[in-house]
Design a protein around this ligand. Structure first.
Ligand SMILES: [Zn+2]
Length: 465
């Protein structure tokens, strides 16, 4: 077996690992690389092997950095099955279609500039037709039920506890009389998070590919995160400001709604209007409502008991689809909470909300997720002045707050525990999906704890096992 590291290698986005076994090529994830626009264009078009040579794709979950480049793969010749859990299939349909529209809009925006400068025009990374074609290849699979992906290779998807439908991918391989198990963690979630089931720990793994996003630090607890959230909301709303929360449409938005709902019911924060302004998030929430079988027991019980549309809706909350309704929010001066995508402030409606409030010191930009280098979200956290939004220059005066405890990723302590479950059993561990500041401390800790064979492969590095 050969493992070719390609995407999310020494970085956190664009997850893609190529496995060559029994003469076939299996791809684990095909995510969009996010970062500097000038880099992303080239990186997302380059594949480890020509896409027509990939036989099957197994997808860990529906975040863009794991599924968002599948339409590009299809556009360039991939025609095999895409295996994923039922919830992941449902969610990634929405994500890919949404992304196709963003890709087209993005290319139009860039082309306007290029036309002005007399530069050659670019074509979108992919379009709706490519996404539709990709959707036709998806094959829903049930958690914990093995399915064949190639001769001598069975895959099993087990709970990763990261977002709805998320899975670790187990490949049970028989090659030239050798039997081995490759365990790909996908993105590892956390124990006891709201809505989601707990992650399954690795077992009987010979080789482990695991994420390392937060390998440098443990997270504050979910309870601490809620306390901080309550403080930020109470302070900002109390002084008459708006709270703008960039959030990914899948997972974080639903968690925030769940938490804010509770705080308003208990009187811990003022009752102000709350808007989820993202057509994608609205559609995703509909999938959540359909897929409650993937919820943990507490969330299923809460939904059973709740009079307000299953905890993901309440009287102060409005889900916004239309552009006009979204724009109308910017004319209003009253305190409110706006949750909108994208989560790293790279694209989407949240940029308009930020633009209209960025010079207002009463308002708060509240960051609740990891921000990739070179994204506007990262620059805002770092307090960079000035910043550019849609080509306009602004000097931010909005307060910027960041809360880590909502992370859907395991912190350092749990990542270490995850790896140590296979101590003495696993032959090699490969850390992916982490910058060096995350992966290196984790690698060091694993070595100190008696796991010497840990690698941090770079893009293009290949291991034969
Ligand atoms: Zn993820």
């Amino acid at each position: 077996m050969e493992i070719h590291f390609w995407g999310a290698a020494q970085t956190v986005t664009g997850s893609a690992h190529y496995i060559r076994v029994n003469g076939k090529m299996i791809l684990l994830d095909c995510g969009l690389f996010q970062g500097r626009r000038s880099d992303t264009y080239a990186v997302n078009r380059s594949f480890c092997v020509p896409p027509s040579k990939v036989d099957a794709l197994v997808l860990s979950h529906a975040h863009m950095d794991h599924c968002g480049n599948i339409p590009t793969l299809v556009k360039h010749g991939f025609n095999g099955p895409v295996h994923a859990t039922t919830s992941t299939v449902e969610l990634s349909k929405l994500m890919m279609m949404d992304s196709a529209h963003i890709q087209v809009a993005d290319a139009e925006y860039i082309n306007k500039k290029r036309a002005r400068n007399g530069d050659p025009l670019i074509e979108p990374l992919y379009e709706a037709e490519d996404a539709t074609e990709a959707l036709g290849l998806m094959q829903p699979q049930t958690y914990n039920v093995p399915f064949p992906v190639a001769p001598g290779v069975q895959a099993t998807l087990v709970e990763a506890g990261h977002i709805l439908g998320s899975a670790a991918i187990i490949l049970d391989i028989e090659e030239k009389g050798k039997i081995l198990r490759l365990w790909f963690s996908g993105d590892i979630g956390r124990m006891d998070m709201p809505i989601l089931k707990d992650p399954v720990m690795p077992f009987a793994a010979d080789y482990l590919i695991m994420e390392s996003t937060y390998g440098d630090r443990p997270h504050p607890s979910y309870e601490q995160a809620c306390e901080l959230l309550q403080q930020v909301l109470a302070t900002t709303l109390g002084r008459g400001g708006k709270v703008i929360i960039p959030a990914f449409a899948v997972g974080r938005t639903q968690e925030l709604v769940y938490a804010i709902h509770g705080m308003m019911d208990s009187g811990d924060i003022p009752r102000v209007p709350v808007y989820v302004d993202s057509p994608l998030a609205v559609n995703v929430t509909d999938v959540f409502r359909k897929r409650t079988e993937d919820f943990d027991r507490e969330a299923r019980e809460m939904i059973g008991n709740d009079p307000h549309q299953g905890a993901l809706g309440f009287d102060m909350l409005t889900y916004i689809r239309s552009v006009d309704e979204s724009k109308a929010l910017n004319l209003r001066k009253d305190p409110m909470i706006i949750i909108s995508a994208s989560g790293m402030l790279e694209v989407g409606r949240v940029l308009h909300h930020l633009r209209h409030n960025i010079e207002d010191p009463k308002s708060t930009l509240l960051i609740v997720s990891w921000q990739a280098p070179h994204t506007l979200g990262r620059r805002m956290i770092e307090g960079k002045q000035p910043v550019k939004i849609y080509g306009e220059v602004y000097n931010p005066r909005i307060e910027v707050k960041s809360i880590q405890g909502f992370s859907a990723h395991a912190g350092q302590d749990f990542l270490l525990e995850y790896a140590l479950r296979q101590k003495g059993r696993v032959k090699e561990v490969f850390l992916v999906h982490g910058e060096d500041r995350g992966a290196e401390p984790l690698m060091e800790l694993m070595k100190q704890n008696g796991m010497p064979n840990v690698h941090y492969p770079n893009r293009g590095q290949m291991f034969t096992v």
